[in-house]
Each structure stands twice: as structure tokens, then as C-alpha cells.
Design a protein around this ligand. Sequence first.
Ligand SMILES: C[S@@+](CC[C@H](N)C(=O)[O-])C[C@H]1O[C@@H](n2cnc3c(N)ncnc32)[C@H](O)[C@@H]1O
Length: 377
Amino acid sequence: MENIKMIAPCLFGVESIAADEFRRMGFEKVEAENGRVLLEGDFNMLARANINSRFAERILINMGQFHATTFTELFDKVKALPWERFIGKDDAFPVSAGSSINSTLFSIPDCQSIIKKAIVNRLSSKYRISWFAETGAEFKIRFTIIKDNVTVTIDTSGEGLHKRGYRRNSNDAPLKETLGAAMCDLARIFPDTHIYDPFCGSGTLLIESALMATKTAPGLRRFFAAERFSSIPKTVWQQERMRAQDLIIKNIDFKAQGYDIDPASVELTLANAKKAGVEKYVKAAVGDIHDFKTPDERLLVITNPPYGERLLDVREAEKLYKTMGERFDRAPGKKYFVISPHDEFEKHFGETADKRRKLYNGMIKCQLFMYFKNKGI
Ligand SMILES: C[S@@+](CC[C@H](N)C(=O)[O-])C[C@H]1O[C@@H](n2cnc3c(N)ncnc32)[C@H](O)[C@@H]1O
């Protein structure tokens, strides 16, 4: 079978991490671009990417890329693509999302309706029918137009891949799971790591790190849109789920300890850890950062402290950063990874980070402040 070209959109700043993960999964052709990774592989690799990716937002089939400045051109070039390779005659194919940046074709609703007509036209001539009931599997079509270059894709994930299925409930300011996983990757999680999150909220960082330590695929417990595609054999999903199951390592010396001042968040962390199947490794208790004591053993703190939009909240956050600086003991073997959108985090924390990395929490520019060098205290 000819390889399928895929696009894996990801958060800005996470591209190289996502690309490395795809290489480890066995993809041979992997190319990181701004905000996305380009991939090639067969149906097994498509299922593998969906089930295993910790950092990608979704997996799209790249149906084609071309230049278009008129609706006629858009129609003809979309019609020329092999839609029948994936979409059956009973399937639904809504053109569900689109964007246009610096392009002649800028009306999203008009582009949506032209693309829909072009696909209908193509499939009509292939299947020799003029009416599509669209009662079968749903193939969500997405398009982007950037500087007159059109990319048309079919979504295979359904719900975004950050939705692992364990966090149906969350607290007020949860961290996106894909971003949490990227933070854990940068902090390096091993099967014998002991991580602490003194602001655990709904437990994202504790749970993502436990999934990583046990090599549990984040998508093992959820469903993907492409599981309904009749063009993809069901055995592919069974094989890839079994492969992911076999990779899980059990009974490790991993520990994830969370604290939060809010008892409801602690309950939420424990409930979410259970849903994710990592309750054995995740513990949480009510605790205020002012009382945080670093244990004597080696320690890795990965955390996302509160940060407010309003000035008052920002001032409160600055006070918390100061307290963190006082409570986080910099003795050998102790490492701290803190994400914050505050440009002056280090000033309030009281120490310049050993390394910084720009990451985006959605559209909010943040930095991961990394403290890992021994200070020899
Ligand atoms: C940005 S949220 C953390 C979100 C978390 N990473 C998640 O994904 O759900 C910050 C958390 O810090 C907690 N918090 C606020 N002040 C605190 C303090 N003084 N000590 C400990 N936790 C505190 C809040 O209750 C909130 O759950």
C-alpha cells in the first residue's frame, strides 16, 4: 500500500519533542515544521500515532497541498484528489474547520462550500450516485490557506489528542495534557523518578509523568474517529492497542506526590489518577506552598503555579514565586521545572534558571524555567 502522508499539529515550542517521539515510534519520514510535524506511514502507523502520541494535538491525513487564488482553481484541485481512497459512498464528510491567512481566498464559508462541492463531485463520478445520505462514518475535512497555499486534510483523531479520557473534570486553570507531557519530557522522567507538584490542581503533571514512567500510551483508553473508517481494517487498531499494552512496564519505583491548598483539587487529582489507571503511583494531599519541605531524597519538582490575569492576582503570584524560591532547597540532586507566563519569574523566585524554554499554553506565551545544576550546597 502506498504510504499515507500525515500532519500532526502540535503546540508551538513542542515540535521537536513531538518529532523525536514519532521517530521512536518507528516513523521513518518525520519532519518538524512550525506548529506541526509531517509524517508518512501505513494504516498501522496512523493508528500508532493516535494511540501513542503524548505531544501532538491530532493526526490528520494530508490529502493534498496546492496553490489556489480563485474558487475555480480551488474546486478543480480539490476534485483532483483521491477522496475515494478513504471515504465510502455512505460516509459523512463535513468540511468542519478552516482558516485563511494572508490569502486571496479569505471567506471561510465560501471555501467550505466549494471544497464540499468538489468532493461531492469527485465521489459522484467514482461511485456513480448523485445523492449522498452521509449516514456512515464521519470524515471531518479541515483546510488551511496560508499565502494562497491550500492544505486539505481528513481528521483521524476526533476529539483532540490532549483528551486522554482521564480528565473529564478539571479545576479552574488546568494545563493542557500535551503541554504537561512536554514539560515532563524536558524534565526527563525515568521509571525510578520521584516527582512532586506542590500546585497539583487536577493532577495533569503527576498523571502525565506516571504515564510516561510506565510507558503507558496516553490514548489507550480512548476512541479515535478513524476507528469507524471502513477503509482502515479493524485489526490495525487491535494490533496497535496490543503493541501499546505490551510496552507498559509494571511495578516500578516511580512516585508522584501532589499538594494543593484546595481540598477539591486534591480529590480531583486522586480521581483523575484512578481514571488514568496510575493511582498506584500518584498520591496527593492538602498542602500550602508556605509549608512545602523538600524531602531528603533526590527530588524532581515539575509545577505550574497560579498566575492571574488581573494585576492583583499577578501580585499574589509573585509572592508565591518568592515563597517557592525560599522553600525549594537547591541541594545536589534536587531539580525544579516551573512553567510561568511571567517574564520576571526568576526575579521573584530569586535565582536565574539554568535553562529556559519557550512553550505556548494555547496562545499564551510561557517559559519553562529549569533549575537542575548542582549548587554544591
Ligand atoms: C494553575 S493551577 C494548577 C493546574 C494544574 N497544573 C492542572 O493541570 O490542573 C494552580 C493550583 O495552585 C493551587 N494553589 C494556589 N495557592 C496555593 C498555595 N499557596 N499552596 C498550594 N497550592 C496553591 C490552586 O488551588 C490551583 O489548583
